[in-house]
Structure formats: structure tokens, C-alpha cells
Design a protein around this ligand. Sequence first.
Ligand SMILES: Cc1ncc(COP(=O)(O)O)c(C=O)c1O
Length: 374
Amino acid sequence: MEIRMVDLVSQYQDIKQEIDQALERVITDSRFINGPDVQGFSNSLAQYLEVGHVIPCANGTDALQLALMALELPQGSEVLTPSFNYVAAAEMLPIVGLVPRFFDSRPDSLNLDEELIEGSITEKTKAIIAVHLFGQGCDMDRIMEIAKKHNLIVIEDNAQSIGGTFTFRNGTTKKLGSIGHIGTTSFFPSKNLGCYGDGGAVMTNDEGLAKKIRMFGNHGQVKKYEYELIGINSRLDTMQAAILNIKLQRLDVYIEARRKAAGYYDLHLSDIEHIETPFRNSFSRHVFHQYNMKVKNGRRDELQDFLKGKGIPSMIYYPRPLHMSTAYDQYPRGPLPVAESLMNEVLALPMHTHLTEEMQEYICTSIQEFFSKA
Ligand SMILES: Cc1ncc(COP(=O)(O)O)c(C=O)c1O
């Protein structure tokens, strides 16, 4: 039995015939850039997310760049973003002349701490990047309320939580990524909706922004060789769109498989004294991009080594908050005690659409064995 952190091979075997046929069709047609599958996928994803416009692009980092370019915030404006996060949001801000201001995360959901937003706002703050980490949404009711009060733009980075939902206090439910002014996502292969290379998209209900994002991603062109803006080249290629079209039809089934696997882990790990299984918000349906638990007795690295010895992979998301990296340590920030303690506690277990109970039983028994020896 081989246990993988992410098993894209088994997933491909299940849909091989459809994928192979689609790729053969694209190659035979040879419209590799902006072929019909790209528009088709963009329409299907817009329908799935119930959002007005989906603009596909080359990856999730570009999606953030395009969103920020289209917003045209004054140079030097501050944008609030969590330090306990993947690098993409923090990286794109200085690239487009903006300043990241880091704030802390919640010890329970590991998402940004909404209650620290207002205290982080300065006269330079113009936007917030709300990152829905590991498969679960931030409190968008609260974030949108604060944003309205302080006139901030909200960008949702939904690279890790596509298909996840948020239920507002008034009872309405929306898909994550469709709630702020702009949403972004990634189709990196291991993501819940992943392609077979790089891919990403920007989502918005604002037609004017959608038009600008489209232009910025296509060399700033209104039409061929007519440059209205200074843009970049960031496109989703036709083959990736064809693959995504097939996988989007199965996204909800994939999410259910992840949720089932998470349920199994919860059931078999939550009684272990030193383990804190992932917290589930009442307002967001968790789509378990990662099963990121906490090891509370300071033995996380020992556990990781023990599991490795038994052929069980695991990952640390994230080993260091961004403000502790050389490239980002000069940017403004509030105190970050939670981010600084999470880095020593988090451990992500194998999570994908093809985990079997046999694999999970072995993983859970091995973890129990580690703690019983303590
Ligand atoms: C939260 C988050 N944002 C953005 C990205 C960037 O996506 P990509 O790798 O497609 O550029 C990632 C990718 O891992 C991510 O996890």
C-alpha cells in the first residue's frame, strides 16, 4: 500500500478516457491559445460559482496580480493580508507598487482573525486580501461589514477553497470567491480543482473590472495590436481548460470524498490528548484542501519523522509566517503571536480524492501508536 500526500495518478485513471479524448481533440484542432474550451470553461465556472465574470489566466499568483492591477489603487497604498499564508498575496503587492500590512490569524480555524482588521487600518489602507485557507472560508459577513465601514476593497484569495461556501447571518449562502469585489483562484494540479500544469482565474460581478482584468491579462489590448493599457501575458491554455471542464463536472464529488476522509480522521484522532483536529466553522462548508491538524505537546517534528518511517507522508503548512522571511520582514505589521505559534504545531496529513479506509486506518493507528509510546 503506497500512501501519497496527493494522489493525482488514481484520479487520472478514473477519468482517463475522457481526458485523453479531450486532449486529442484539442491537439487535432490545434487552437492551443484561446481555443473554444477556454470560453466554455469560463462560462461553466461562472455558472458553478454563480458569479458574473470568470477570467481565466495562467496561475493563481497572476490572478492576484491581475486583480490588483485592475483595481488601480494609489501607489504605496497598504493592503491587509495574513502573515500565516502562502506567499502569493504578499508577493504580488510590492510587485504592483503596494505595501502588505500583515496581521495575525485565528488559533482555531487558522484563517485570518477578522477582529484584528479594524486595528490594522491606517490612512493608507485601501484593501484587504481575505485568504480562505485549507478549504474553509473566513467570516465574510464581518469582513464585508468592516470593508463597507472603512471603504476598503475586498479581494478573496480562494486558491485553496474552491467549491466551499459561506452562509451569511441572513441565511443566504454563496460560493467562496464570489462575495468580495474580486475573487481569485488557482488550478495548480494539487488544488481541489486542479489542471495538469499551471492555471488560475479571477472572478468578479463588476463588468468594468472584468473588462480591465481581461485586457491586463492580454497585453492591455482592446483588440489585436491596439494597446489601451500596459498589460502582461497571462492566459489559461486550451488543453488545461479542456481538462478543467471535465474535472469541474466532478468537483462536488471530489469535495465529498475529501469531506468523508476528513470525517474519518476526525473520528479516529479527536480522542488523542495532544492532537487538535481541524476546527469547522458554523458559517462555511469546509472542502478540505488540506487536513491541517495541530500537535499540541511540542512533538510535531518527532511525529512527522515517526510517520515518515512508516511510509506516511505529511506536510507543514506553513513552517514560517511570511513576516519572518527576509523578503517580507521590513513590511508593517501588528503583533503575530498566533502565526508564530502555529508554525510549530501544524501538521497536514495525506488528503486527496482517493484515500481508502485501509490507508486512513493505517495512518490513524500509527499516530495513536506514536502517542501511546509517550
Ligand atoms: C492561498 C494561495 N494563493 C495563491 C496561490 C498561488 O497559486 P499558483 O500556484 O497557481 O500561482 C496559492 C498556491 O498554492 C495559494 O495556496
